[in-house]
Design a protein around this ligand. Structure first.
Ligand code: NAD
Length: 379
């Protein structure tokens, strides 16, 4: 008999123009008036940070700007953000940006209330408690962090990407406006979109999956597989942008109540070691890991092929899997995803370290097929 648990307490407001309702959403969710806005320099340049600041200030909120977030966000920046949050007497956070800004805001919310370092929470040395309220306004269609209970932070000293995970880290509010994703540069649109597809595939297939995750994952795969090439080719196509933002939200709800798996374990190793953009690191490992997993789990991956719309019920499971691998290879080419060998700085001499980091990642245990040092090396 099936048995599972599911919880997601984040209130979601989705749609074109949703960002304009941020002030009223904050008020009705009981947020205080002294907001720290967490964002990164790219969002400042795109004018999105100023737009949200103006909107908040026009509605009676005071805004302290923290715009130092880097891709693959660092522990040191979270500590600095927490000190600023306390010194300015802020009482809530609004993250405007991709996964990096959202994960930084979640971690600042924790450190500002309870002290300590990100490492101490990731390693279980400190226990969690209620954190400062967080609202997320995602500007990439990728991570789904706006609804997950995790934050991925890089330990600067060791290059380890740590996952802090607790129900307290789940944002209280997510405001998703596809219009905000129109300025995402092409390469980032592609990489973040592939990340979202990987969330759906890994959340759907991993050992910790469950029926609700699979329902979200199935819809996410269908949306993302269709919409991403269009959003990549036509950045102003608001329907494709909307489908991508919805797909990444559903993919976040999918893996957020299950887990990710080996594609992510390898990607996080690359992100920590070389600062490879997270989505790109996922994209280069998607096909080899999928081939490895599908060869032992044909029926499950045939379902994935059908949800992506690249196989029909009349195809045998083996046919469906081969069609999926071929279709995904062409799909990644359309998105101009380079091979691993072309990623900057990645060196074969680091192979053992990459595998060590991937093996140490707890999500390796969730991969649908057993993973070992040898299988990671083969991949
Ligand atoms: P990101 O947040 O690092 O952003 C990438 C770049 O895109 C930045 O330079 C940013 O300025 C730019 N950008 C973002 N939105 C823009 C816009 N609308 N216009 C112009 N430029 C824009 O990228 P990401 O892929 O969204 O996040 C990656 C991070 O999220 C990684 O650290 C990853 O580990 C983490 N992550 C977290 C979760 C989670 O559940 N917490 C899930 C997956 C990934």
């Amino acid at each position: 008999m099936t048995s599972f648990e599911y919880a997601c307490s984040t209130r979601i407001d989705f749609g074109v123009g949703a960002v304009n309702r941020l002030p009223e959403n904050l008020t009705s969710a009981g947020f205080g008036r002294r907001i720290m806005l967490v964002t990164d320099p790219g969002l400042v340049t795109a004018g999105i940070a100023a737009r949200v600041t103006d909107l908040l200030e026009a509605n009676g909120f005071s805004v302290t700007l923290f715009d130092l977030v880097k891709p693959n966000p660092r522990d040191s920046d979270c500590l600095e953000g927490a000190a600023k949050f306390r010194s300015r007497w802020c009482d809530a956070l609004v993250a405007v940006g991709g996964g990096s800004a959202m994960d930084t805001a979640k971690t600042i919310a924790l450190l500002a209330r309870h002290g300590g370092t990100p490492q101490q929470y990731a390693d279980g040395e400190l226990s969690y408690g209620e954190v400062a309220p967080v609202a997320c306004v995602p500007t990439t269609a990728g991570t789904g962090s706006e609804v997950t209970r995790s934050a991925v932070i890089t330990e600067e000293k060791t290059h380890r990407k740590m996952t802090l995970k607790h129900e307290w880290l789940r944002p209280q509010l997510a405001v998703l406006d596809p219009v905000l994703t129109r300025t995402v540069p092409k390469t980032i649109t592609a990489a973040t979109g592939v990340d979202a597809l990987v969330h759906a595939i890994e959340g759907y297939t991993c050992k910790r999956t469950q029926p609700i995750s699979q329902a979200f994952g199935a819809q996410a795969m269908s949306l993302i597989y269709r919409a991403l090439p269009t959003a990549y080719e036509n950045p102003d196509d608001i329907e494709a942008r909307s489908d991508m933002l919805l797909g990444s939200l559903l993919a976040g709800l999918c893996f957020g109540s299950a887990d990710v798996a080996s594609v992510h374990c390898l990607a996080e190793a690359l992100g920590g070691l070389y600062d490879t953009p997270h989505g790109l690191a996922n994209a280069v490992f998607l096909l080899p890991v999928l081939k490895y997993n599908a060869s032992e789990n044909v029926a499950l991956h045939a379902q994935v092929a059908r949800h992506m719309g690249v196989a029909s019920d009349s195809d045998s499971p083996d046919e469906a899997v081969s069609q999926m691998l071929l279709a995904l290879s062409e799909w990644l080419q359309k998105l101009d995803i380079p091979p691993l060998s072309e990623l900057p700085n990645v060196s074969r001499s680091d192979e053992a370290r990459i595998i060590e980091l991937a093996m140490a990642n707890s999500s390796t245990q969730s991969n649908v097929r057993e993973m070992s040092v040898e299988s990671y090396r083969a991949i």
